[in-house]
Design a protein around this ligand. Structure first.
Ligand SMILES: C[S@@+](CC[C@H](N)C(=O)[O-])C[C@H]1O[C@@H](n2cnc3c(N)ncnc32)[C@H](O)[C@@H]1O
Length: 279
């Protein structure tokens, strides 16, 4: 386990993932009934963009830094920026929230947040960062066991983020297995799988696996910052979202052109379509 998310915190892929996560939580919060946010590969929860690891790559400069002072922030980014502004009250961008901190701050008193991180040091940092909030539980186990270990939940509504490091060749396949296990244990779960857009052949197999999965409906969201022809670099990233709440497609249709224009490097583009249509 060599991957450390601190090197990539706040990059274009994090921006897409975290704005989408903030909208999923907002849309689930329209109903009073509680829900549970689960994160199988949670990271440390909070990142210092001026720290050694993030400074070494500077990826955030082509990500969140491009949005921070934008005069045309869409209203749909207000929740996400609310968390960022709270972490950086002097208006200097330095601290960036990971998915655990976003889930912790954006969920309500009646909701719970269940986090899992396997790396022992990162898991301890995550515990330290989440300390004091009794709605949050941190597990230091195997992320791929999360659906079997933690589902179904008593609340009857759940959102699961699956965000592995993609260090190993079988991780796209494992995402599909985790999706199927989740749906078989709790059919209505909203499952968001993050994936890198790099190797088109591998991705083709992944899309086929998603199409054949047991998800009742599944939306594909992708943001490109380079042309996808070059398999040696990250051209963008995507989220496969099973059971997206009503309204998400419309919101993403508004957000994606803006994100593509702000985050484009050699090129900016996006795609939003259904891989599984509701029957
Ligand atoms: C992409 S990062 C997560 C970022 C986080 N979800 C966010 O958006 O802020 C992936 C994390 O998965 C952890 N990890 C790697 N293999 C794992 C496994 N098998 N089970 C659980 N966590 C794992 C890594 O240590 C890393 O912190």
């Amino acid at each position: 386990m060599n991957y450390r998310h601190a090197f990539h915190a706040g990059n274009h892929a994090d921006v897409l993932k975290h704005i989408t996560l903030s909208r999923l939580i907002a849309l689930l919060s329209r109903k009073e009934a509680p829900f549970v946010c689960l994160d199988s590969h949670a990271g440390v929860g909070l990142y210092d963009l001026k720290g050694d690891q993030a400074s070494r790559t500077g990826e955030w400069l082509e990500g969140i830094a491009r949005l921070w002072d934008a005069p045309d922030l869409p209203e749909l980014t207000a929740d996400y920026f609310g968390v960022l502004r709270a972490l950086n009250p002097d208006d200097q961008l330095r601290y960036y929230p990971g998915s655990p901190e976003l889930a912790r701050q954006l969920t309500r008193m009646q909701d719970r947040v269940l986090l899992n991180e396997k790396h022992p040091e990162d898991g301890q940092l995550l515990k330290d960062n989440m300390r004091g909030d009794r709605r949050v539980a941190v597990h230091l186990g195997e992320g791929w066991h999360v659906p079997r270990a933690l589902l179904p939940v008593a609340e009857k509504r759940a959102l699961l983020l699956i965000d592995p490091p993609f260090e190993q060749a079988d991780e796209l396949e494992r995402c599909i297995t985790a999706l199927n296990e989740t749906i078989s244990r709790m059919r209505q779960t909203v499952v968001a799988i993050w994936y890198p857009i790099k190797d088109e052949r591998q991705l083709k197999r992944f899309y086929q696996g998603l199409e054949k999965s047991s998800a009742p409906k599944l939306l594909r969201v992708e943001l490109f910052v380079h042309s996808p022809d070059d398999a040696t670099r990250l051209s963008g990233s995507g989220l496969a979202i099973a059971n997206p709440p009503w309204g998400l497609e419309d919101e993403l249709n508004q957000l994606l052109p803006w994100l593509a224009s702000k985050l484009a490097q050699s090129q900016g583009d996006w795609r939003l379509d259904w891989l599984v249509q509701e029957k």
